[in-house]
Design a protein around this ligand. Structure first.
Ligand SMILES: [Ca+2]
Ligand SMILES: [Ca+2]
Length: 644
């Protein structure tokens, strides 16, 4: 993108300098006020594509942009309407594209009473789409990476000049130096491990000292300079495509960071819900006892999203959740405003199209209005019908999580369009069973509610992410429990998600202790857990088991797409079967501290007539005689058996 102003020589000569100094311009309003000539400092989106959308809303930032007329140089680009806001600090330009539009650079001139400014919008032909935008399926396994914490491929970007003092590996909440180059360098490791898709926590520009996690955006159209450049991001996506792997972008339409320039100067008066001075808090006034929760293993561990799914709830019960600032801090975007909604949709399209993405992980999904989600998904699917969107609904109850999934209209008449959700109910069940002595049947109890989802095979089972303590470090845990969690996650239905470092037994408690640097990702690290030689025998044992589970999942369609049947479930064990036309696999989970012999009648089950059993994974002994399966399951274990 290039920026020009007819009366600001600096902008003509050094456009990129002006662009990079945008924050300085915002930070020095006096400098802007002293100048009565119009100037452009930023254009969003910075570029677009031919044939992608029939129109485009451009948000131009700068000063003195009280335009009387905007004209663009290409005949197939028509200015529909314009709107100047904030005393000329912003200019909205709605462009319409004609059918003859070709790639090139649109140059638009904005005339004002005091001069003229111009901006450019490069419009390119789309890349071939055959290898892009496929979406996820149950053939995929997602691997979650925090880019700042995985591998440092480029030490020169550890502390960008515009963010002095942001880098310090000794501080758990500072930037540590990991970057996109580091991830690209380790694609062979990930391929060898056997995962097929990467979910990176947000790569958008955050910058602030403690915003290494990416959830405090200050610029929704830039890669954070600690992580690299947009070209690095596109390069990673291309590297992954070459390996038939996929990339998910972490989208956060609910909020931006506290340091976003919009907070002090919103493009529209109602760009946010409330203002920095006065806003609601996402904390819900509803007490857990409202729905009889608050005690026992299923105690609510997040905001009570029940009120959002409850047809009897009043608007007042929902308002803090959808309009409050997250944690009382993060500026909440007013996506009910059509202009904000258009900005957010175009921003998502821009990232998807720029990198050829297969899906989006969608942050804080319940905190945004369902009407917005419906429109956003409609806009995305018009271009990317197969794109997968996975919503974060941090709640243990499938009746609540399924409310947010699309493919069905709920009581409010709204189909959110969301492809699927992370299986938080299964996450809570797996942790409660493995760590807190809950009955193994809790897992069965979650699975029986799959009928609530239009596509249960798209659910994303997981046992760990960046927001919860690492399972292996929880009180009462062990490598055996961690391996049981891996085996269940990788053999139950859905599209599993794994968290970086768990495959080598990385330790860590709650945030930020669960976000340590992957050992070996930095030059000079004492150990390199990316290589077998760098791992302890215990770490290698875990890695080898996870790698084998992923290999079995690749080799056995039943583990990916097989129909799931319960064979046995009680307090201590759960045995299930996954069946395709070609094979029958039995997965036997024993959560007890002692070995167990399970005798399971096979009549009237898909295991009927099984005469032989072969152990594919684990240390079980098993036999079949056509009438029953007899499985000796070791303590705290999962085994995978092929029956014939
Ligand atoms: Ca770096
Ligand atoms: Ca919100």
């Amino acid at each position: 993108m290039k920026l020009r102003s007819s009366r600001v020589a600096l902008a003509l000569v050094l456009p990129s300098v002006v662009f990079l100094n945008r924050d300085a311009l915002f930070a020095d309003p006096q400098a802007a006020q002293n100048s009565d000539v119009p100037a452009v400092t930023k254009v969003e989106p910075p570029n677009w594509w031919v044939g992608l959308t029939p129109d485009l809303m451009v948000l131009v930032s700068g000063h003195e942009l009280q335009v009387t007329q905007v004209t663009c140089n290409l005949p197939d680009v028509v200015v529909g309407r314009t709107q100047t806001t904030q005393g000329g600090a912003y200019l909205f330009v709605w462009l319409k594209f004609g059918p003859q539009l070709r790639s090139g650079t649109v140059v638009c001139r904005a005339r004002t009473p005091t001069g003229e400014a111009s901006f450019e919008l490069p419009i390119a032909a789309r890349q071939p789409t055959a290898q892009r935008f496929h979406g996820l399926s149950s053939d995929d396994v997602v691997y979650l990476i925090m880019p700042d914490r995985f591998a440092n491929g480029d030490p020169t970007n550890d502390e960008p000049a515009e963010f002095p003092g942001s880098h310090d590996r000794t501080k758990p909440r500072a930037w540590h130096g990991g970057d996109l180059r580091g991830i690209r360098d380790h694609v062979p490791y990930l391929k060898d491990l056997g995962v097929t898709a990467l979910w990176l926590t947000p790569v958008v520009k955050n910058g602030a000292t403690e915003d290494y996690h990416g959830y405090g955006a200050v610029d929704l159209y830039a890669v954070d300079p600690h992580l690299g450049s947009l070209d690095d991001y596109k390069g990673l996506a291309a590297d992954l495509r070459k390996q038939r792997m996929k990339l998910l972008f972490d989208a956060v339409p609910n909020h931006v960071g506290r340091n976003h320039p919009w907070v002090n100067q919103p493009p529209l008066p109602d760009w946010f819900h409330g203002s920095a001075e006065k806003h609601l808090d996402s904390y819900s006034p509803i007490k857990t006892s409202f729905y009889g929760n608050g005690n026992g293993a299923e105690a609510i561990k997040s905001d009570p999203f029940e009120a959002l799914a409850d047809p009897h709830a009043t608007p007042a019960m929902r308002r803090n959740l959808t309009e409050g600032w997250f944690s009382g801090i993060l500026p909440d975007l007013n996506s009910e405003n059509p202009t904000v909604a258009t900005y957010l949709l175009q921003n998502s399209i821009w990232w998807i199209e720029s990198a050829g993405l297969d899906g989006l992980r969608v942050d804080t999904f319940p905190y945004v209005s369902r009407t917005f989600w419906q429109q956003w998904h409609t806009g995305l699917r018009r271009i990317y019908p197969n794109l997968t969107t996975v919503g974060e609904v941090f709640h243990p109850n499938p009746a609540v999580t399924s409310f947010f999934v699309g493919g069905k209209k709920d009581w409010d008449g709204i189909d959110t369009g969301l492809s699927t959700v992370f299986d938080f109910p299964l996450f809570f069940a797996i942790r409660d069973v493995l760590l807190h002595g809950a009955p193994a049947g809790r897992i069965t109890n979650v699975l029986r509610q799959d009928e609530l989802y239009p596509h249960p095979d798209w659910l994303v089972p997981f046992f760990a992410n960046h927001d919860v303590p690492r399972l292996i470090s929880e009180p009462g845990s062990s490598p055996e429990q961690a391996l049981s969690a891996f085996a269940l996650t990788l053999t139950l239905r859905g599209i599993p998600e794994l968290y970086y470092g768990d495959e080598v037994g990385m330790a860590g408690g709650g945030d930020p202790d669960n976000r340590h640097d992957f050992p070996g990702g930095w030059a000079g690290d004492a150990r390199n857990l990316f290589t077998p030689e760098g791992r302890t025998p215990e770490q290698q044992r875990i890695f080898a088991a996870v790698q084998k589970l992923l290999k079995l999942r690749r080799e056995h369609g039943a583990l990916r797409t097989g129909k799931l049947f319960h064979l046995f479930s009680d307090d201590g064990s759960y045995v299930f079967l996954r069946e395709t036309d070609d094979e029958r696999l039995v997965i036997a989970f024993n959560n007890q501290k002692a070995q167990r012999i399970l005798t399971i009648p096979s009549a009237n089950t898909p295991a009927e007539n099984a005469q032989s059993v072969r152990v594919l994974y684990g240390d079980a002994f098993a036999a079949a005689n056509g009438k029953e399966l007899k499985i000796t399951v070791p303590p705290r274990s999962v085994s995978i058996l092929s029956v014939n």
